[in-house]
Design a protein around this ligand. Structure first.
Ligand code: AHG
Ligand code: MN
Ligand code: MN
Length: 338
């Protein structure tokens, strides 16, 4: 082995080192991030087994050991909730899979300081066909009194108030990408040692690119300005890529440059993607990587007011030069009566 080769840095080592650089840290944020890494490994194991569905049993059936087989998004939800509840760092969770907020009971005398918002399994329509899926998460510091239960005010906050956000991509490799507001780092799971290892340090996305990612099947349901912008992408021979899993689609443009769009449609006049646990965390990562994240009405995603847990938004995010071009189309055609 080359003696000069860099030592492998595991996610745990990286988190501990980053926290040591902050003199006010108490260690609880470190434990919380580590818990997310652990839950991601458990979900990864199950995602990898999804192809064995005929052997292990389809969701809703009972498997050979007599256990009820869960849908993978419910499994992922339960694992994240369980893992985040053990160490006492989290007092509440908001998840796509739960209508209401989940109150996490204190562990011993610990006063939990954080709440987590999450989409435990993103792109779930891809599972049955072996296409990559993801997990999205965001972390806020609690606002309500640490002596009582978690409150709605701990969750209904602007994206700018998040202290960290990230995603896990269960793809050809499994990657965990996160930011605490000082750049973005990516860790690849090495299955031989069962650890996430630092593989992408200080990720900066290209300022321009030639990928656009949108469900073009809804083209006729988009507003005029979006149709004109999509025509422009096509005119320029940009490459269309759409996996139907936001995590995978965004991950591509993070590295290759591009734009991801989920505009409002006639069916979803306010957009489809959920602001709190899909748009905010992904916008946080995109901005930290040097990109831009707006709604299709040109508001900054991170500044949007949120009134309900499952509120949705339109979204246009990616390489800053491409988002700037998109903005010009909205300014030019947005006022035209259709
Ligand atoms: P989820 O699987 O968590 O419900 O999210 C699916 C989301 C997102 O990942 C993806 O970009 C989008 O829905 C796909 O929607 P369409 O099928 O309408 O394009
Ligand atoms: Mn999702
Ligand atoms: Mn989901």
């Amino acid at each position: 082995m080359n003696q000069m080769q860099d030592k492998i840095v595991t996610l745990d080592e990286f988190i501990i080192k980053s926290e040591k650089e902050n003199p006010n840290s108490s260690g609880s944020f470190t434990r919380l991030l580590r818990d997310i890494g652990i839950a991601a490994k458990i979900v990864n194991r199950e995602v990898n087994r999804a192809g064995l569905v005929n052997i292990l049993g389809v969701a809703g059936s009972t498997n050979t050991t007599g256990d009820e087989v869960q849908k993978l998004d419910i499994f992922a939800n339960n694992k994240f909730i369980e893992t985040l509840s053990y160490s006492g760092e989290v007092c509440g969770i908001a998840s796509e899979e739960n209508q209401e907020i989940i109150e996490v009971k204190p562990v011993g005398k610990k006063k939990a300081q954080y709440v987590v918002v999450m989409d435990p399994l993103d792109g779930s329509s891809n599972i049955d066909v072996n296409v990559s899926v993801g997990t999205i998460f965001g972390i806020f510091k609690r606002k309500s009194s640490p002596d009582g239960p978690v409150q709605m005010e701990d969750f209904l906050r602007k994206g700018t108030e998040m202290v960290a956000a990230g995603y896990v991509l269960y793809g050809t490799s499994t990657l965990l990408v996160y930011s605490t507001g000082k750049g973005v780092n990516g860790f690849t799971l090495d299955p031989s040692i069962g650890e996430f290892c630092l593989s992408h340090r200080d990720i900066k996305m290209p300022a321009a690119g030639n990928y656009y990612s949108v469900n073009q099947g809804y083209y006729l349901k988009f507003d005029l300005e979006m149709r004109r912008y999509i025509d422009h992408c096509s005119d320029l021979n940009y490459r269309l890529r759409y996996i139907g899993s936001m995590v995978s689609d965004i991950h591509r443009i993070m590295f290759q440059g591009g734009i991801f769009l989920y505009p409002n449609t006639r069916k979803y006049p306010k957009g489809k993607l959920r602001l709190l646990y899909e748009c905010f965390p992904m916008a946080y990562i995109i901005e930290q990587a040097g990109g831009t994240a707006l709604t299709c009405k040109l508001e900054r995603i991170m500044d949007l007011e949120i009134f309900t847990l499952h509120q949705t938004s339109s979204i246009a995010m990616g390489s800053k030069d491409m988002v700037r071009d998109m903005k010009e189309f909205v300014e030019r055609y947005g006022a035209v009566i259709q």
